[in-house]
Design a protein around this ligand. Structure first.
Ligand SMILES: [Zn+2]
Length: 628
């Protein structure tokens, strides 16, 4: 059974302006209410459609029923990241169906909406209102946009799903909890009473704690903390007498100390879920230690607004001046060591050189086109090199050119880049761009020695990166290599490739099967859905038809006025194919179309604007005849 709500029919890619909002509200009348599956709702939201979670008209007094509740976390007065909210809600046993980031979300300032779905529709207004107020209160009113309390509120679409469970909350489980919000008082006073007795301005600290745990006071400083402050490793060696542990890579060492060392135990903090912070003079317990979604032990204090893993805790307590000193102390107290073979040390040095070269004047001088082409994705390569540096195994295995082979997963890369792990496609696409430029090599599993393959699978499994392991090599940047890289970059330019258009089809259309197969080895073949036969992948008939229509449209436009823009092509074909489909098709087919039809895509300048009588503002990209 679906969830009844109202979804606007027009998608937006950014926050609508006032005039648009007025129109949206006028469109979203109660007769538009329909049942949707959660997955459909998510799809609409990601496309940018506005949603009213209730069956309700413009005014709240027309409210009829509601099964879904949105909380808009704008983080204007106080701040909570979505990772923290997920943790909080898990502790409260209030699993949302999904969470999506809103149009104004920033990596460093999270703005998102939490969506709760119930197992049945609520038809009593007071109950629905109480649920909304209860949910706002549980998350913390200081984070939430106050206007969420209005059940007629609409919510705009968003950018990305950052959490999804499709969970439905049981209404019967919550009846008692919401009862105190079921009041005839006006919402304003109700909200005030929810805060009563809180002296601290930031209500989150106290509320979070008192809801979850019984507060208690304990002596601040344990013997272990004093020992860390005094750089006294012997205290721990005597207490635990740990066996010597040897790690082959820095990454293995980091995983051990962050995930496996029990932080509360090490610090001798007993009621570790809630205690007086060890970094500030704390009268009420504001600190807690928990394991995050990666299984890292994290020390958190709401008052200090800090969140440290073991490295941060020890660095701060011991007031260590460099990260290396911190690592040395941790190694001492746990009796661990990282041993590096000569092979590992050499490979590390090579990768560091490559990293420096990537940002050097030399690179710009020898690879100017490459430098431009990868401008927006250089960070991907940088992160891959950094991952490689921490992950060189003593397995003396290199690719055919002598480059060290390392492994990681797209998910790990996403984490390092601060990109949602649901964005794997975007990341894979950018890796292909780097591969095309010969700045990166992706290796097939068949090329990897079996023993190394097994190590990789085990390591990734231990690290909770349960998805597929990928093997990469990063070619060294030398004067011998630069010409080859630049040659590819120029080819990229001449073929009119774009990062966004990057796909098997784009390369297949422009350069043929061999090139496409090399870049997408996993795409080489497809299984025929009807016969089950394995066949070479080609372009589909539908895609060929769309491509044909694009060519026709371009020719028509050029015949008429000498040039065509992508916008015009999209406009002409949206009705037939839908906007997204045609946009994607243009990206994928344009390189081939330009090549085969003697066309080129250029940025208009003052002269060409006048000559072609281009009326639009600025200097758009235009497609014109290539008559050199
Ligand atoms: Zn603190």
């Amino acid at each position: 059974m679906g969830v009844k709500c109202i979804i606007d029919n027009i998608p937006y890619t950014e926050k609508p302006n006032k005039e648009e909002i007025r129109k949206i509200i006028n469109r979203m009348t109660i007769d538009k209410a329909k049942e949707y599956e959660i997955s459909e709702i998510i799809e609409y939201i990601l496309k940018g459609h506005t949603i009213r979670p209730s069956v309700c008209d413009k005014k709240e007094n027309t409210w009829q029923s509601q099964q879904m509740f949105f909380i808009d976390v704008d983080n204007n007065d106080n701040y909570i990241s979505y990772q923290e909210v997920i943790e909080l809600l898990e502790n409260l046993n209030l699993k949302p169906a999904f969470i999506y980031t809103s149009f104004n979300h920033k990596k460093y300032h999270h703005k998102y909406r939490i969506v709760f779905v119930f197992d049945e529709a609520i038809e009593d207004f007071d109950t629905a209102k109480a649920i909304q107020l209860y949910l706002m209160d549980m998350i913390g009113n200081s984070f939430v946009d106050k206007s969420c309390k209005n059940l007629n509120r609409i919510y705009f679409g968003g950018k990305e799903i950052v959490y999804q469970s499709n969970n439905k909350l049981k209404l019967s489980d919550l009846k008692e909890k919401i009862s105190k919000f079921q009041s005839k008082k006006s919402p304003q006073t109700l909200e005030n009473t929810a805060f009563e007795g809180n002296e601290v301005k930031s209500t989150y600290n106290n509320k979070y704690i008192t809801l979850l745990y019984v507060p208690f006071t304990q002596n601040h400083k344990t013997l272990a903390i004093t020992a860390i402050e005094g750089h006294n490793a012997d205290y721990f060696l005597q207490k635990y007498n740990p066996e010597k542990k040897i790690f082959k890579t820095k990454q293995e060492f980091l995983n051990y100390i962050i995930k496996e060392v029990n932080l509360p135990e090490l610090l001798e903090i007993e009621n570790y879920k809630s205690f007086n912070c060890i970094f500030h003079d704390d009268k009420n317990p504001s600190a807690g230690i928990f394991r995050n979604e990666n299984d890292d032990w994290i020390y958190n204090c709401f008052a200090c607004n800090i969140s440290y893993n073991i490295i941060g805790v020890i660095e701060r307590l011991g007031n260590f001046k460099t990260r290396v000193d911190t690592y040395d102390f941790i190694k001492k107290i746990l009796n661990v060591e990282i041993t590096e073979t000569e092979f590992q040390q050499k490979q590390k040095a090579i990768l560091l050189e490559t990293l420096q070269a990537l940002y050097s004047d030399e690179f710009i001088k020898y690879c100017p086109t490459t430098n431009k082409n990868i401008r927006t994705i250089r960070e991907y390569l940088q992160q891959l090199i950094l991952i490689a540096i921490d992950n060189i195994y003593d397995e003396e295995f290199t690719d055919s050119e002598g480059n060290v082979v390392f492994f990681t997963s797209v998910r790990e890369l996403a984490k390092r880049l601060g990109i949602s792990q649901y964005n794997i496609e975007k990341i894979s696409q950018r890796l292909v761009v780097l591969t095309y430029h010969e700045l990166l090599k992706k290796l097939d599993d068949e090329e990897i020695p079996k023993r190394f393959l097994e190590t990789a699978k085990k390591v990734m499994n231990d690290r909770n990166f349960d998805n597929k392991v990928n093997f990469f090599a990063i070619p060294s940047l030398t004067v011998n290599k630069y010409p080859q890289i630049e040659k590819q970059a120029i080819k990229w330019r001449n073929n009119h490739y774009t990062i966004k258009g990057t796909s098997y089809e784009m390369f297949l259309r422009a350069e043929g099967k061999e090139v496409a197969d090399k870049l997408y080895p996993q795409f080489k073949t497809v299984v025929d859905k009807i016969t089950g036969e394995i066949k070479d992948r080609t372009t589909t008939k539908a895609s060929d038809k769309r491509t044909e229509d694009i060519i026709k449209t371009i020719n028509k436009l050029i015949d008429k006025k000498g040039y065509a823009t992508e916008k015009e092509i999209i406009k002409a074909l949206t009705k037939k194919y839908g906007k997204t489909t045609i946009e994607t098709q243009i990206k994928r087919s344009l390189p081939q179309i330009l090549e085969e039809n003697n066309l080129k895509r250029v940025k208009a300048n003052k002269e060409s604007k006048e000559r072609l009588k281009i009326k639009s503002k600025g200097y758009p990209m235009v497609i014109i005849k290539d008559t050199l």
